[in-house]
Write a protein that binds this ligand. Structure first.
Ligand code: GRF
Length: 205
C-alpha cells in the first residue's frame, strides 16, 4: 500500500508575513497536515519573502500587472505554482483579487484568512472599521475563495471581544494572535477532515 501524498501548499502574501510565519511554524511542528513548498508575492519588498527564506522555503516576487487591486499576468503565476507541483493555495494577506482562470486552476482549493467575522466588514481596513463601528465582538474568518471579495464558504471563525479601552494597535495585536491560531487549525482541518458543502454551508464530517 502506498502512503498518501503529502499535500503541497503555496502561500501568497503581500505583507509582513506574520500569518505565514505561524503557518511555517505549524508546518515545522507537523501540525499543518501538509507542507509549504513555495511562497509568492506581488511585492518584492514584502517581509513575507524574507520569512519564507528564513525557513528555507523557496520565495519569489512575480509581476502582478498594472491593476492596483487585481492579479494580472496570471499565466506566469500558474506556471510557477505548477512547477512547484502545488495542490492547495493559502492566501495570507494577499492584497489582490484572483481572476476566474486562476480560480479554475485550483477549484475549491484556495483558502483565505480575513480579519473580521464575515460577512461583516469585507474588504480592506476591517479591524479599524469594526472598532469605529462600535461592535462589541469582531474576529477572524478562514474561507474558501470564490469570485467574490471575501465571500466564499466559511471553513472556520474565531470571535475576538473588543474592549472599551481598545486602540487600533491593541485590537490589531489580539486579532493577529487569533488569526495565527485559527489559520493553522483551519488548514489542518481542510487537509485532513472530510466535509460537505451544501450551498455555502460547510459541514465537517
Ligand atoms: C492579516 O490581518 C490578514 O487577515 C489580512 O492581512 C493581514 C496580513 O498580515 N488579509 P500578515 O502579513 O500575515 O502579518
Amino acid at each position: 500500500m502506498t502512503s498518501p501524498r503529502t499535500r503541497r501548499l503555496a502561500v501568497l502574501a503581500s505583507g509582513q508575513g506574520t500569518n505565514l510565519r505561524a503557518l511555517l511554524e505549524a508546518d515545522r511542528a507537523g501540525e499543518l497536515g501538509g507542507s509549504i513548498v513555495v511562497v509568492l508575492s506581488d511585492r518584492a519588498e514584502a517581509g513575507a519573502l524574507a520569512v519564507a527564506r528564513e525557513h528555507g522555503v523557496e520565495a519569489e516576487a512575480l509581476d502582478p500587472g498594472s491593476s492596483k487591486s487585481r492579479l494580472e499576468g496570471e499565466a506566469a503565476w500558474l506556471e510557477r505554482l505548477g512547477r512547484a507541483d502545488v495542490d492547495t493555495i493559502l492566501l495570507a494577506g494577499f492584497m489582490r483579487i484572483l481572476d476566474a482562470r486562476f480560480l479554475a486552476a485550483y477549484p475549491g482549493r484556495i483558502l483565505n484568512i480575513h480579519p473580521s467575522l464575515l460577512p461583516a466588514f469585507p474588504g480592506t481596513h476591517s479591524i479599524a472599521r469594526a472598532l469605529e463601528h462600535g461592535v462589541r465582538v469582531t474576529g477572524c474568518t478562514v474561507h474558501l475563495v470564490d469570485a467574490g471579495v471575501d465571500e466564499g464558504p466559511i471553513l472556520d471563525q474565531t470571535a475576538v471581544a473588543i474592549h472599551a479601552d481598545d486602540t487600533l494597535e491593541s485590537l490589531t495585536a489580539r486579532m493577529h494572535s487569533a488569526e495565527h491560531a485559527l489559520y493553522k487549525r483551519a488548514v489542518h482541518a481542510f487537509l485532513t477532515r472530510p466535509f460537505t458543502l451544501e450551498g455555502r454551508r460547510v459541514t465537517w464530517q
